[in-house]
Write a protein that binds this ligand. Structure first.
Ligand SMILES: [Zn+2]
Length: 293
């Protein structure tokens, strides 16, 4: 992934939002190099950049906003972009939330692959971790260590009679993302659904777009896609939040008991610790030799 990427052609989809319950239509459009990922709320004529400074809420989803206009639940789409190495994209959406589809990133991966991936001429700068960066917040720990490439290790702890602690670790490469992370669905506990709905959340949630857990197990008749689907989904969410850095990251990120709120806190800690990372521009040996040929 040496060069920046976008998609080859415009592609659209629509669906219900997990939290708002509202149907939105999304159009993904190719964007030139160095554009980054930009959301356009077409019903409000408002632009919101996918960056840490745009994060306005992290309760049960990552919400971006600018001047009072918001877009909720961006993380599964951003995860698909990071997983496929797409750096530049215009995301038009005519409502307040990105559709949840099946609760995972795999339909979004399929849509992006249908549009096709295009390599651009500008090289891709990378944030390379050079010294450890840590966030400790109560029981939550997130650490980034120097590493060649991007490795993610995630642990969750369940207080549940059937589901116990889960850990998942992988070196992020496109194929591994598509096969082992993107299909993992979002999940929630039945006992929390009423509380969420009373707070205007999970209004579009159903067994078609989330794994729902009660005290005996899961309610979804089709079962789980992976035995450890829950922790894989946490990895998916973290990969989505990493997109908000604006650069791919090289390091080993180890997260325990984390969630969107701590992911964002950690990424802000990282950005505010410039002594722990450097921006690396990939070598372009061929380009230099051609330039002097
Ligand atoms: Zn999620």
């Amino acid at each position: 992934m040496k060069y920046q990427r976008t998609i080859k052609k415009r592609v659209s989809f629509k669906g219900i939002g997990l939290h708002t319950g509202r149907v939105s239509r999304v159009t993904l459009r190719p964007a030139p190099q160095d554009t980054g990922v930009v959301f356009l709320r077409t019903d409000r004529n408002a632009m919101i950049r996918a960056s840490l400074s745009s994060v306005v809420d992290t309760a049960f989803a990552t919400t971006l906003g600018c001047n009072g206009t918001r877009i909720k639940t961006v993380e599964h789409l951003l995860s698909a972009l990071t997983g496929l190495g797409i750096d530049n994209l215009i995301i038009e959406v005519d409502g307040p939330e990105i559709p949840i589809l099946d609760g995972s990133s795999i339909p979004l991966v399929d849509i992006l692959l249908e549009a096709g991936i295009k390599s651009l001429k500008q090289r891709k700068d990378v944030i390379k971790i050079t010294s450890p960066v840590c966030l400790q917040d109560g029981h939550i720990n997130i650490v980034a260590l120097p590493y060649d490439g991007l490795r993610i290790t995630y642990t969750i702890h369940f207080k549940h009679p059937v589901f116990k602690n889960q850990t998942f670790s992988l070196d992020l490469a496109e194929e591994r993302f598509v096969n082992d992370v993107a299909p993992a669905r979002t999940f929630g506990f039945l006992k929390n659904v009423e509380m969420l709905r009373a707070n205007g959340l999970a209004l579009g949630g159903s067994l078609d777009n989330a794994v729902v857990i009660d005290e005996d197990g899961i309610l979804n008749p089709e079962g789980l896609r992976f035995e450890d689907e829950f922790v894989r989904h946490k990895v998916l969410d973290l990969i989505g939040d990493l997109c908000l850095l604006g650069y791919p990251i090289e390091g080993h990120i180890i997260a325990e008991r984390a969630g969107h709120s701590s992911h964002i806190k950690f990424l802000k800690t990282l950005i505010n610790s410039p002594e722990c990372w450097k921006v690396k521009t990939p070598e372009a040996v061929e380009v230099v030799s051609y330039a002097y040929a």
